[in-house]
Design a protein around this ligand. Structure first.
Ligand code: HEM
Length: 175
């Protein structure tokens, strides 16, 4: 019996094993390469302070902060389907929640890249979570008293007018 087909099979198998193994290694290498490039790009991205970004809060100069990234949406402000005013109201703050609450589509998320200009320096973003209690008017007992007086007058005035009308009628009848 000839060994040739068997040897051919072994060679082919070895070749395909080698090819798939190299393919896997190549894929791992490419993935690593991409992640390194991405990290380098992020660290090379321009850092903006919150104060700097907050100053761009006009129709002709509008920057927003979404998920730690800064976008110059000035060229987009007239085209934004949600309106320009809404973009303006999202300036000078972290607009991440506003943006997410709308439920922007993948198309919108894809568009964002066009307007990306850098990262926000998170240490400069003011913490808005501090609770500010609502302002209460100081207690004024005189105000309570005058309120009570107004209520009484509201009740008595119609009775007074009715009484006067009846007396006038009686008086003119007798004459
Ligand atoms: C770079 C930033 C932004 C881009 C590229 C963008 C893009 C878009 C797009 C394409 C739409 C159409 C609907 C969709 O496809 O999801 C949209 C709708 C809208 N966006 Fe934005 N947007 C941005 C930022 C913001 C921000 C910060 C707000 C603040 C609240 C906002 C509020 C809205 C509103 C209210 C609508 C209308 C939703 C509706 O009518 O259902 N957007 N935006």
């Amino acid at each position: 019996m000839s060994l040739k087909p068997f040897l051919l099979f072994i060679h082919l198998k070895a070749f395909f094993d080698f090819a798939s193994c190299s393919c896997l290694l190549l894929r791992i290498w490419v993935a690593n390469f991409i992640s390194v490039v991405r990290k380098k790009m992020v660290s090379a991205a321009k850092m903006h302070s919150f104060e700097e970004v907050a100053n761009h809060n006009k129709i002709k100069d509008c920057w927003v902060i979404i998920s730690g990234k800064v976008y110059d949406v000035t060229p987009f402000i007239d085209e934004h389907p949600g309106g320009g005013e809404v973009l303006l109201s999202a300036t000078a703050k972290d607009a991440t929640n506003d943006f997410e609450d709308i439920g922007h589509s993948d198309v919108a998320r894809g568009l964002m890249e066009k307007y990306y200009i850098g990262e926000i320096d998170s240490t400069t973003v003011p913490d808005n979570r501090t609770y500010i209690p609502p302002q209460q008017a100081p207690f004024n007992p005189n105000a309570k008293a005058s309120e009570f007086l107004i209520k009484i007058l509201q009740f008595l005035m119609p009775l007074l007018i009715l009484g006067l009308a009846v007396t006038f009628r009686q008086y003119t009848k007798n004459e």
